[in-house]
Ligand binder design. Structure first.
Ligand code: FAD
Ligand code: SF4
Length: 508
């Protein structure tokens, strides 16, 4: 007989390895293992999501006639690793072949490949662009740019395309229309809520007992754990979020963790949603006049552009990519990333909701917590591990390029054309946090000045040699050059003082 391995982020009925097997004579293995749950201190909500979704999926597979060997975390014979479980079950069942779909993480795929097991590999067809197709696209290009990749994906998929082969609305990208600040009284829709059932409650109890030393709350779990629930979450977004997604994609607001974002990434990444169907729904919503084009285009760009692009880069460049540190950063991650205890209001909000919900939206990750790590010169490996640990949707293939490449510029501009560095002014423009902050965003060098301001100039000064030739930074370097020398010195000194505070383990 043959054995199929179904991993915790492969909970899709159309998984390639399932299609290759026969429920009448083959068996499946699913295992909750300590090694996967703790190689970084994953947020307890993420562990609840994955174990509960796995248990529900195993139940559904059995209802469809599959023989599923399911190993719970607490099972006495559990060997605590996936390789160990595969060895144990191969031996026990006398399996001749083990069918596996490509892993999401290089680390795990490597461990399986080195384990000397009779593995039969299948392509992960849940992505629109295979690893091989991405490598072909990238071949011979001096620079990779998401925009070029995205246009190719639009043409190939036909999404938001006119019959004559031109992009809908006459442009490929409406990013310029996606940067509105939130009007004063405007709030996001009421979030969808999913009550934990008996299976999820049992997993919550297990996680509370076994992972109490991980950062983040386990209470308040309200996320989908089945494909049917994930579909409800998606419908909620189509009905109440998508139309405003375009305009307010970059906005942030006090006490509004989700705003008009879909909150689907975790469900999508573990296989409860299908990217092609999501894009078709968005395309139809635009064609039927239910949502404006900037919303539909902005959303589809994230899915068939950024999401597929970062995955392509991950598999093209691993394992070397994980070790890059172009800017030579040496500073450790400040403790307040794990506690949220900082007087910087924007950081406290983004980190606080992350610890509570395992969620922050893209701009909070990129322009608040990410921007601070970039400006403060945090070692890429440490900040990458933080992002991998704290978000419910975090998997190495998507987290690493976003953090190391897009946020930290640690790949020297391979993924993105410039570092997304910004002063407090950006955060002020896109949020209402500064009004509630004990720092003053309109100041740079004073004791109560917003730390982002001096750190922004300090960052540009200390990396002048590597960054000043970048045409996309020409304007900011020109304003740096035009700054009076005395002022520049004062800004530098204030930046030094802030970094010294971090080095002394003090929260800002
Ligand atoms: P929406 O804003 O509603 O966007 C819709 C979907 O587009 C998302 O669900 C996601 O699947 C996709 N998407 C959007 N931006 C990106 C992107 N840059 N890369 C890949 N997919 C994207 N996303 C993850 O899924 N897992 C991660 O571990 C992760 N780590 C990140 C780390 C950093 C430093 C940054 C800047 C971004 C990271 N992202 C990650 C991308 C993005 O922040 C999340 O996908 C998004 O916030 C999820 O929330 P949402 O479902 O409400 O997304
Ligand atoms: Fe953040 Fe600075 Fe605004 Fe405070 S003043 S919320 S630290 S950007």
């Amino acid at each position: 007989m043959r054995l199929g391995l179904v991993l915790g982020d492969q909970l899709s009925f159309d998984l390639a390895s399932l299609a290759a097997l026969d429920p009448a004579r083959d068996a499946l293995l699913m295992a909750e293992v300590q090694e996967e749950a703790s190689y970084v201190p994953h947020h307890p909500l993420k562990i609840v999501l994955i174990f509960s979704a796995m248990r529900h999926f195993a139940q559904q597979l059995r209802e469809r006639g599959w023989q599923v060997h399911y190993v719970e975390l607490d099972a006495r014979a559990n060997s605590a690793s996936l390789v160990g479980e595969l060895r144990r079950w191969q031996h026990a069942l006398g399996a001749t072949d083990i069918h596996v779909t490509e892993c999401g993480e290089w680390r795990l795929e490597q461990a399986l490949r080195e384990a000397q097991l009779p593995l039969v590999w299948h392509r992960d067809t849940r992505f629109l662009c295979s690893r091989e197709a991405f490598a072909r696209w990238a071949e011979g290009r001096k620079q990779l740019r998401m925009e070029h990749f995205y246009r190719g994906m639009r043409k190939r998929s036909g999404l938001l395309m006119e019959p004559d082969g031109t992009p809908a609305g006459g442009a490929w990208n409406f990013d310029g229309d996606n940067r509105k600040a939130l009007p004063k009284q405007m709030r996001g829709p009421f979030p969808a809520h999913f009550e934990p059932d008996e299976i999820t409650r049992a997993v919550i109890a297990l996680v509370r007992q076994r992972f109490s030393d991980h950062y983040g709350a386990v209470d308040g779990f309200d996320y989908p754990v089945t494909a049917a629930e994930a579909q409800q979450l998606w419908q909620h977004f189509l009905d109440f979020g998508l139309a405003a997604f375009g305009d307010y994609q970059d906005a942030m607001a006090e006490g509004e963790p989700y705003l008009f974002h879909a909150r689907i990434s975790a469900a999508l990444n573990i296989g409860l949603l299908d990217v092609r169907r999501l894009c078709d729904d968005v395309d139809s919503a635009w064609r039927e006049g239910r949502v404006p084009l900037n919303a539909a285009e902005g959303f589809i760009r994230q899915l068939i552009g950024w999401r597929e692009y970062v995955r392509g880069i991950y598999w093209l460049r691993m394992p070397d990519y994980a070790g890059l540190n172009y800017l030579g950063n040496q500073r450790g991650l400040p403790e307040f990333y794990w506690t949220g205890q900082t007087r910087m209001r924007c950081m406290a909000q983004a980190i606080g909701q992350t610890l509570q919900l395992g969620y922050a939206h893209h701009i909070q990750r990129l322009m608040v917590t990410g921007n601070f790590a970039l400006l403060a010169g945090i070692v890429p490996r440490e900040i990458c591990q933080w992002y991998l640990a704290v978000y419910m949707d975090a998997f190495d293939w998507v987290e690493l390029p976003n953090t190391l490449g897009m946020v930290m510029h640690a790949d020297g501009g391979y993924l993105g054309s410039k570092p997304y560095c910004a002063s407090g002014r950006y955060i002020q423009r896109m949020s209402d946090h500064c009004k509630a902050c004990s720092y003053r965003v309109d100041r740079v060098v004073e004791e109560d000045a917003c730390p982002f301001n001096a750190l922004y100039w300090h960052f540009l000064i200390r990396h002048r040699r590597l960054l000043s030739a970048n045409p996309r930074l020409a304007l900011v370097y020109r304003s740096l050059e035009s700054m009076a020398v005395g002022r520049r010195d004062a800004v530098w000194q204030r930046g030094e003082a802030l970094l010294a505070q971090l080095d002394a383990g003090q929260a800002l």
